[in-house]
Design a binder for this molecule. Structure first.
Ligand code: GLP
Length: 261
């Protein structure tokens, strides 16, 4: 696990985008795993700039969303499929049709979840999965207690997550759905490279538990410790509780240039 402590949220975005650029440069038809929420917005903006400047193209890429609210109507501004269109697809050159998300409006939810797993498999699996983390340690919508082997399924949100996400719904908790469809932790772990990003003091506890705590279903983010290729990028505020911070800084400073992400 590589832990990179940066000076600012903008630097998180720059480095995260660099990881994607390095991948797409060697594999133009890469399969990307996309996260929603505020954490990846800077990364998407940096990526958009590099696409605009003609450095890379995502035209041949495809992408899968981590999760989706259940029941938000098509076109709802906070439906994750809409959010990703706004935050990512509209800014880069990936075809909109090449981006998929779990179907939060499906009548047969177990079938929709199985179909989503199949679609990821048919695409050859995710090459690089961008991950944020919830203040309660969740990744995607895998809340504490989620099976570390779980696959895409329906999952109830904790009240903490609903409170955290109410800011996207005009602060109205009642408007935040209670159910989601989410890639399972096992699904996420199948991606070939995980890039976990976090900024701000409100993520410090979750990041300490994820990176340095025991691997536990009580902190779903801690499962990244079992993955062979993980890049964690966080800012000083989110890194404040890390015991081993000075070593992470030394290792980053000593990293050979040829190694890349
Ligand atoms: C949300 C999403 C996650 C996201 C996390 C953190 O509920 N389902 O995929 O990583 O919570 O969100 P944010 O980046 O806005 O803090």
């Amino acid at each position: 696990m590589e832990v990179v402590i940066t000076s600012s949220p903008d630097e998180i975005g720059r480095l995260g985008a660099e990881a994607v650029v390095q991948l797409v440069s060697r594999k133009p038809d890469a399969v990307l795993g996309l996260a929603t929420g505020s954490s990846p917005v800077g990364l998407y903006d940096h990526l958009a700039r590099r696409v605009r400047e003609g450095e890379i193209s995502l035209r041949q890429c495809s992408a899968f969303l981590l999760d989706e609210y259940v029941g938000l109507p098509e076109g709802h501004p906070e439906r994750y499929r809409t959010v990703i269109e706004r935050d990512f697809v509209s800014k880069v050159d990936i075809p909109s049709a090449a981006v998929s998300g779990p179907d939060g409006l499906a009548i047969d939810i177990p079938e929709a979840c199985a179909a989503y797993e199949q679609a990821i498999e048919d695409a050859g699996g995710v090459d690089l999965q961008i991950l944020g983390i919830g203040s309660d340690g969740h990744i995607a919508f895998n809340e504490p207690g989620s099976s570390l082997a779980s696959r895409t399924r329906i999952k109830a949100l904790t009240s903490q997550t609903r409170i955290d996400n109410a800011r996207f719904f005009g602060g109205d908790l009642e408007e935040v759905p209670t159910l989601s469809l989410t890639q399972g932790i096992g699904t996420i772990m199948d991606a070939r490279h995980l890039v976990l990003i976090a900024s701000g003091a409100h993520k410090a506890e979750a990041m300490r538990n994820a990176i340095e705590g025991p691997v536990s279903a009580m902190c779903p983010g801690s499962v990244v410790q079992l993955h062979p290729h993980v890049t964690v990028i966080l800012d000083e505020a989110a890194a404040v509780d890390l015991t081993f911070a000075s070593y992470y800084r030394e290792a980053w400073a000593a990293k050979p240039k040829w190694q890349g992400f």
